[in-house]
Design a binder for this molecule. Structure first.
Ligand code: NAG
Ligand code: NAG
Length: 183
């Protein structure tokens, strides 16, 4: 008797929880931006900042940590409109030197998403031109974001890399969330 009462009250609790969770709006957004990375020169945008002692730090040396501040543009030309920056940290995280761990923020600095961010994390295989990382969150217009980013190296010449980033964003926004702009 006591047991069935307990089960009954558990059921009530879970019904109440579901009720208080309420509705959510799911918003899907696909965005494409182009990344420009300069590995040397006046416009250098990625720097090794730490690594193992007594080895030469580099893109193929396990343990090398980089800080990145790359420009993001609307189309493939570096001269096209700037939409934001990719700022974060990467590290050569496989012992064979082939894989880069990435943990970074896409910060929109222009256009309708100005001031909002998309956070992502994942591993990039240097042997692949196409990689996928996970979107693990966002701020402002990208609150409650999940999804993934497909990146593709379009060119890599003389330490200047151009990549296309396709962002597939899903936001499950609670109805009672304050200050979210719906589109
Ligand atoms: C985003 O891209 C995915 C995969 O191509 C597609 O299934 C989906 O319909 C697109 N969503 C929007 C809002 O364009
Ligand atoms: C690095 O090299 C220096 C000079 O050869 C040596 O004194 C030091 O012990 C080495 N450190 C490590 C961690 O191997």
């Amino acid at each position: 008797m006591a047991k069935s009462l307990a089960i009954a009250s558990l059921q009530i609790v879970s019904v109440l929880l579901l009720a208080s969770l309420g509705q959510s709006n799911t918003v899907f957004r696909n965005l494409t931006v182009y990344l420009h990375e300069f590995q040397s020169g006046d416009a250098q945008s990625i720097f090794p900042v730490a690594g193992l002692p007594n080895v030469t730090w580099g893109y193929h040396q396990f343990g090398t940590v980089f800080v990145i501040d790359n420009t993001l543009t609307q189309s493939v030309s570096f001269k096209s409109a700037v939409v934001g920056r990719l700022q974060g940290i990467s590290a050569v995280a496989s012992l064979d030197g082939n894989n880069m761990e990435l943990a970074a923020t896409i910060l929109f600095t222009n256009g309708k998403y100005k001031g909002s961010t998309v956070e992502f994390k994942g591993i990039a295989l240097r042997s692949m031109l196409v990689n996928e990382v996970a979107i693990i969150g966002g701020t402002k217009q990208f609150r409650y974001a999940t999804g993934y980013i497909i990146s593709e190296v379009l060119s890599a010449v003389g330490g200047y890399l151009t990549l296309r980033l396709n962002l597939y964003i899903r936001q499950d926004i609670p109805d009672d969330s304050p200050g979210i702009a719906f589109h």
